[in-house]
Write a protein that binds this ligand. Sequence first.
Ligand SMILES: Nc1nc2c(ncn2[C@@H]2O[C@H](COP(=O)(O)OP(=O)(O)OP(=O)(O)O)[C@@H](O)[C@H]2O)c(=O)[nH]1
Ligand SMILES: [Mg+2]
Length: 438
Amino acid sequence: MSIVFALATPASKSALCVFRVSGDGCLKVLGSIFGNPPIEPRRFYHSSLISQSGVIDSVGVVFFKGSSGYTGEDSFEVYAHGGLAVMGSVVDLFKELDFDEAGPGEFTKRAFLNNKLSLSEAESVVDVINASSKEVLEVSLNSLSGGFSEELYSFSERVDTLRKFIEGSIDFSDEDYDFIKEGGVVDDISCLCADFGGFVNKCYLAGEGELKKMVLFVGPPNSGKSSLFNRLLGSDRALVSDIPGTTRDLIESEVFYNNSSFGVLDSAGIRSTEDVVEGKGIELTIAHIKDVDVVVGVFDSLCDKELNKIKALAGGKNFISVLNKSDLGVFNKDGLFDVLVSAKNGDGVTELKNKISLVSENAGPDGQKYFARSRHIKLFDEGLGFLEAAMFKLRSGSDVELAAEDLRFARASFDEVVGVKTSDSLLGDIFSDFCIGK
Ligand SMILES: Nc1nc2c(ncn2[C@@H]2O[C@H](COP(=O)(O)OP(=O)(O)OP(=O)(O)O)[C@@H](O)[C@H]2O)c(=O)[nH]1
Ligand SMILES: [Mg+2]
């Protein structure tokens, strides 16, 4: 594999930046580009980094030999000052050395190809990075630490043992397969299916990009959705005016609160309108409700008809009703609304944030142990289907050879999850979601 490099930290001004280099042969350059070249692997050295035109920066450097590093091949990391000029000079230096720029997820892909990680572990690296709540982080880390792959390997072994037993029985038993039908094999497969079902139930499935919980602000025009949205962000992100129908489009941002973060979306006020653009904005809002985790209905009057209309639009989604403009003297008569706030002076906004984070946490993993992707669930269903097919054939006493074949297919489905069998295009799809430098 070629030698690749990447900036592993964001390309913006910061205290430090980290460059990664990986590929057999990359360590040959250490003596020429570092004033104080590192001698021992996995030890941190302080050195100058030098190009042909002189010293680039005073840096930290650490190198790894073969399988001791993340990628499973020779690699080194450079910790430089996080200035844009420094970053530019380091990139120039690596290009002069004929290193290639790494693509997204290149380092993790190499770790997989060099057997440092299973494919599902490699996938969970990106889930750990994307996790925006402690709960999602926990299930992603469980998958990354190998528990998910190990459980799956043990199911694969059980499938293999059963298949070998059936194949062995075929060789030795002429035509009487009754002992398979009546013996423990069918029971064993049934028990395996039940245990596997239990394992699948321990997996938390979030769709692509759903690691971040999304909260949508909806409500009648002029109720103060954009003002509340801005108040939550702490900045004037959305335009506010006293003209109903100010917001036309969905406006997205992110709020960090209580160790977790959620995406928030401001939207066009819902009303019947002749204005084509405003109408499109309203359609967009309604269409978007199905994609979010929490709907926050914002109102500025005690109209329960309006409240019920918006609540009905939210369907079965988690719904929080907010009465805004408390500073104008509106009050939450009979506790009709969940929260009373003032976007203007901030009253009640902490209570609203607490409610949102509570509700969005509930929308996350519910006691599940591992994070799973739709790719995994599809393969689990496939594997389970083959196990059931094998069981059916054995019970009916027909096609015993084909039952063994079904077990082989079930094993292949499990193998595909951990990456024993993968195609280049699947790898391309998986690693394209990663950041450069990971
Ligand atoms: N007094 C008071 N006025 C508010 C409050 N929140 C919003 N407003 C005012 O209400 C008007 C409408 O506010 P927006 O935030 O633009 O309302 P909106 O719901 O986003 O309106 P549309 O985008 O048109 O649907 C503006 O004049 C705001 O200054 C509040 O808590 N108190
Ligand atoms: Mg608005």
